[in-house]
Ligand binder design. Structure first.
Ligand code: COA
Length: 163
């Protein structure tokens, strides 16, 4: 089930983070973090969903719902564009969840009138580079060993006025 994250999902996010290998943490965050504190988890699941967006795909686990994937965007300071990030549980990859989440982020961002989505992606992350390219992101060299992926968004068409 795909749905917005909410404050009650903090324990699920902590469990999800604990399942990541160091490589996944590095690919997702761009640096090493060893643990997810309750405060940080609370901030990540408690975003203002009308401004930013944090989505989770949940599956059934032994003790209830378990996160299989998370996708989010966070508005730039001027609000016109947003940086996105994705992470899929290692044993649930290649099932289309990454592309499902990124398509949803694009759809919502365009619907809210944002002019672009972007991310910095390690040059050593072919999975994310291929996924971004396949969904219309333009890749360019950014910092050392890092690519910048940018997708211009066309705002959703306004409904026609009835005569
Ligand atoms: C990148 C990531 C989100 C992809 O998630 P996923 O659910 O496996 O992706 P999908 O199943 O939707 O695959 C979509 C496309 O991505 C590309 N892709 C996915 N995994 C790939 C891999 N290992 N190598 C090359 N391309 C890959 C392919 O183009 C694929 O399309 P295909 O299945 O038709 O070949 C996942 O590997 C991940 O969580 N990586 C660690 C965190 C990360 O890198 N986040 C990015 C930070 S912006």
């Amino acid at each position: 089930m795909l749905r917005p994250l909410c404050p009650a999902d903090a324990p699920a996010l902590i469990e999800f983070f604990a399942s990541h290998t160091p490589e996944t943490v590095h690919d997702r965050y761009g640096y090493s973090i060893s643990d997810m504190s309750p405060e940080r988890a609370g901030a990540l699941v408690g975003v203002n969903q009308a401004w930013d967006l944090a989505l989770g795909i949940f599956g059934a686990g032994r003790s209830g719902e378990r996160l299989a994937a998370v996708g989010r965007f966070c508005r730039d300071p001027d609000g016109s564009g947003a940086e996105f990030a994705l992470v899929v549980r290692e044993n649930r990859r290649h099932l289309g969840m990454g592309s499902l989440l990124l398509k949803k982020l694009i759809e919502v961002a365009a619907g809210r009138g944002l002019d672009r989505l972007w991310a910095q992606i390690s040059a050593d992350n072919p999975a994310m580079l291929d996924l971004a390219r396949s969904l219309g992101f333009v890749l360019s060299q950014d910092e050392d060993r890092c690519m910048r992926a940018v997708r211009p968004l066309r705002p959703a068409a306004k409904p026609k006025r009835r005569r």
